[in-house]
Design a binder for this molecule. Structure first.
Ligand code: AMP
Length: 183
């Protein structure tokens, strides 16, 4: 089973849910930049203070902040495998990640792209009820995704790493589809 994974997909595609399942089954480190940033906000740290407003608008936090968080986690990882969820979010981050993973000699083994229709995304995001899930912010997060993050699908496809998975239906069914592509 592959154990160095990256999950791509729009907000609301179920990346976090599926990442948690795969990580607990395969004992991987779940590296969710969204979760890590929310913890900084809750802890009211220096970083938290810098990013709270940006996150509440559905914009991307600066690459510098996100990259330093990811670097620290990957360099200090004490598990053999990891799953990146919500990172990278743009091409600059993807290229910086390649450089970091080259340094660590830990190449990504599969990029799983979770695919889902727009109508379902919006429904799911509205029902999730997170503070950054108001309708206006959701619309902005989807726009940011389309403009900045979705080009990564082509980027990884051209590198021959992309595995597309149909993300609609029961959580367990989606989890099984993901397991199949990371075997
Ligand atoms: P998520 O939980 O992945 O939906 O992320 C929640 C919010 O955290 C996003 O809307 C961004 O404001 C911020 N964020 C998470 N990951 C990144 C990243 N890789 N780059 C920039 N901002 C991020």
């Amino acid at each position: 089973m592959k154990n160095k994974l990256l999950f791509l997909g729009p907000p609301g595609a179920g990346k976090g849910t599926q990442a948690s399942i795969i990580c607990s089954n395969l004992q991987l480190m779940h590296l969710s930049t969204g979760e890590l940033l929310r913890a900084e906000v809750v802890g009211d740290t220096d970083i938290g203070k810098q990013v709270a407003l940006i996150m509440n608008k559905g914009e991307l936090v600066s690459d510098e902040i996100v990259l330093s968080i990811v670097r620290k986690k990957l360099v200090n990882a004490n598990q053999a495998g990891w799953l990146l969820d919500g990172f990278p979010r743009n091409l600059l981050q993807a290229k910086a990640l390649q450089t970091l993973l080259d340094e660590l000699s830990q190449p990504i083994q599969a990029v799983v792209s979770i695919e889902i229709k727009d109508e379902i995304l919006i429904e799911r995001l509205i029902s999730r009820g997170r503070t950054d899930d108001t309708e206006e912010v959701i619309r902005n997060r989807l726009k940011v995704y389309r403009e900045q993050t979705s080009p990564l699908i082509d980027f990884y496809d051209q590198l021959g790493m992309l595995k597309a998975v149909f993300g609609e239906g029961d959580i367990e069914d989606v989890a099984l589809r993901i397991r199949k592509v990371i075997e």
